[in-house]
Each structure stands twice: as C-alpha cells, then as structure tokens.
Design a protein around this ligand. Structure first.
Ligand SMILES: [Zn+2]
Length: 152
C-alpha cells in the first residue's frame, strides 16, 4: 500500500505538487488510485481543500475519506496557453473543469476531462473519476459519463 511510504518518498513521487501535512493523505491516496477528501467525523461534512479543522463545526476530528468519484461539471475553462506540462498540448485548448461531487452540494474538485472533445465538455455533464499516469504517478481525471448525459 502506498499509504506506507515515507513523507520524503511521497514528495519525490509528486515533485510538481505542494505536499504538506494537510495534503499528504490526498497524494498517498492518488498512489493507490483512491480519491480522498477530508470528512468531519463530528458533523459529517466533507470539506475541500483539506485542513486540520472542520470549517463548519470546528472539530479537529477530520479524516481523509474515499469519495465515489461521480459528479457534475460545475465549471469548464479551456487553456489556450500555459506552463509546459507533461501530456498537455495547448494547440487543442486544454480543458480544466471543476466537478461538483455527488457526496455533497458545493464539494468541488478541479481536474481535467479526458477522452472527449472540447465541444462535449459542458456545464451540467455527468462525469466519473478515472486515473491516468503523469510524471510517473497516478493523477485523477474525469471522463464523461455517457449513460447519464446532461443533468438539467
Ligand atoms: Zn464538522
């Protein structure tokens, strides 16, 4: 299990990310291809980004917890230029989406959509979590969930 690697090894696996005490569980989850979001054990609220205190009830009993990975595109932008990044070719504008996860209204994750043309990446489309390899480590992405189509 990747959750057992040292903090130093974790940082080496994700050189492009700011890994700290609050976010390290997330990236350990990525190595196991599990998306972890902090959830408060006192009031049940999910919160993102991860932090040591529940923003709703101020409990410190927050635990990185796996989410199902299904959700709805809340926002989509298309980058025509940007910093060089492995696997990113800006000649086709690169989609960046904010997905609202089904677990809770307002619980949103930023990523990209793969396997779809940009014209089909629209607000309201249902998506599901998938994983790609980038920089030698897993990275969460979304794919359009064709079975559900557009949620009105
Ligand atoms: Zn709470």
């Amino acid at each position: 299990m990747a959750c057992e690697i040292s903090d130093e090894d974790l940082i080496e696996r994700f050189p492009a990310y700011a890994i700290d005490h609050d976010t390290k569980a997330r990236y350990r989850g990525w190595l196991d291809r599990v998306m972890l979001v902090d959830r408060c054990r006192n009031c049940g609220t999910w919160h993102e980004p991860p932090g040591p205190i529940c923003p709703l009830c101020w409990s410190t009993d927050t635990v990185p917890t796996a989410v199902g990975g299904s959700g709805t595109i809340h926002m989509a932008i298309f980058l025509h230029q940007g910093p060089p990044a492995e696997g990113v070719d800006y000649t086709t504008p690169y989609p960046v989406v904010v997905v609202e996860l089904d677990e809770q209204a307002g619980l949103r994750i930023s990523s990209t959509v793969v396997g779809a043309g940009n014209a089909d990446i629209v607000i309201g489309r249902r998506v599901r979590l998938d994983w790609i390899e980038r920089g030698g480590a897993p990275m969460p992405v979304f794919r359009l969930d064709d079975a559900d189509g557009v949620r009105s």
